[in-house]
Design a protein around this ligand. Structure first.
Ligand code: AMP
Length: 230
C-alpha cells in the first residue's frame, strides 16, 4: 500500500516512521505539523494564526488544516502515493479527507495505528530535541545528539542547532495527550469500521517498528482489522 495514514498519539513515532518510509520507499510524507511549523518560521499569516494553538497544545481549526492538505494532495509528487502523518486528527478532518479523495479518484489503502503506552509517550516528548534545519529528531536518552555543541553535524553535516519544540515542554504535553484522547482516538473506530485499521506495537526501537510496518505494507491480503503482535 502506498496511500496510508499513520495514526497515533503525539510521541508515538509517526514522524520518524514517515521519514523512514519516504527515504526507503519514496512515499512522500505529508506532515501537517511540519507544514504549520514551516509557516510559523516563515512568518506567514497562516503561521501567525497557528502559533498560539500549537504552543498551547490545542488543535489548529479544521478548516485551516483541511485546506493545507487539499492543496498538498494536488501536487504532482503525491499522485503515486502519500503518507499522512498527523492528519486527520478529528472526525471532521476524516470526513473531509474522504470527500477530497473521492474528488481526486484516490482512496486510503490502509491506516496504521502506532500504539504506545502513555507514560512512554510523555518520556519521549519531553526528551525530544529536533534540528530546525534538517528536521532530524534526537532524544536526550534514547538517541542522544552529538556532544557539545549540540549540532547535528555528526549525522548530516548540518549546522542546525537543536531545539525543544515549545509544545514538547512538560507544561504542554498533558494537554496534547488530552486532545488526542478526546478528538483523535475516535478515529480508531472510524477506520476499523471501514476495515482499514492495522495496529502496530510502537513501544520498541524505530527499526523494529519500521520492520513491522514494512511487513504490513507489503502484505497482499485485504486490509481487514489486523493486529500485529510482538
Ligand atoms: P505534530 O507535529 O503532528 O505533533 O503537530 C504539532 C501541532 O500542530 C499539534 O499539536 C497541533 O497544534 C498542530 N496540528 C498538526 N496537525 C494538525 C491537525 N491535523 N489538526 C489540527 N492541528 C494540527
Amino acid at each position: 500500500m502506498r496511500r496510508l495514514i499513520l495514526l497515533g498519539a503525539p510521541g508515538a513515532g509517526k514522524g520518524t516512521q514517515a521519514q523512514m518510509l519516504e527515504q526507503e520507499l519514496g512515499i512522500p510524507q505529508i506532515s501537517t505539523g511540519d507544514i504549520l511549523r514551516g509557516a510559523i518560521k516563515a512568518g506567514t499569516t497562516l503561521g501567525q494564526k497557528a502559533k498560539g494553538y500549537m504552543d498551547r497544545g490545542d488543535y489548529v481549526p479544521d478548516a485551516v488544516v483541511i485546506g493545507l492538505v487539499r492543496e498538498r494532495l494536488q501536487q504532482a509528487d503525491t499522485t503515486e502515493g502519500w503518507n499522512l502523518d498527523g492528519f486527520p486528527r478529528t472526525p471532521g478532518q476524516a470526513e473531509a479527507l474522504d470527500t477530497l479523495l473521492q474528488q481526486l479518484h484516490q482512496h486510503i489503502e490502509g491506516v496504521v495505528l502506532i500504539d504506545v503506552p502513555e507514560p512512554v509517550l510523555v518520556e519521549r516528548m519531553t526528551g525530544r530535541r529536533i534540528c530546525p534545519l534538517c528536521k532530524r529528531v534526537f532524544h536526550l536518552s534514547f538517541n542522544p545528539p552529538p556532544p557539545v555543541p549540540p549540532y547535528c553535524t555528526d549525522h548530516s553535516d548540518c549546522p542546525g542547532e537543536l531545539i525543544q519544540r515549545p509544545d514538547d515542554s512538560i507544561e504542554v504535553v498533558p494537554n496534547r495527550l488530552a486532545k488526542y484522547r478526546q478528538q483523535t482516538e475516535p478515529l480508531v473506530d472510524y477506520y476499523a469500521a471501514q476495515g482499514k485499521l492495522h495496529i502496530v506495537n510502537g513501544n520498541r526501537t524505530p527499526d523494529e517498528v519500521y520492520a513491522a510496518l514494512l511487513t504490513l505494507l507489503l502484505a497482499e491480503q485485504p486490509p481487514e482489522h489486523k493486529t500485529e503482535h510482538n
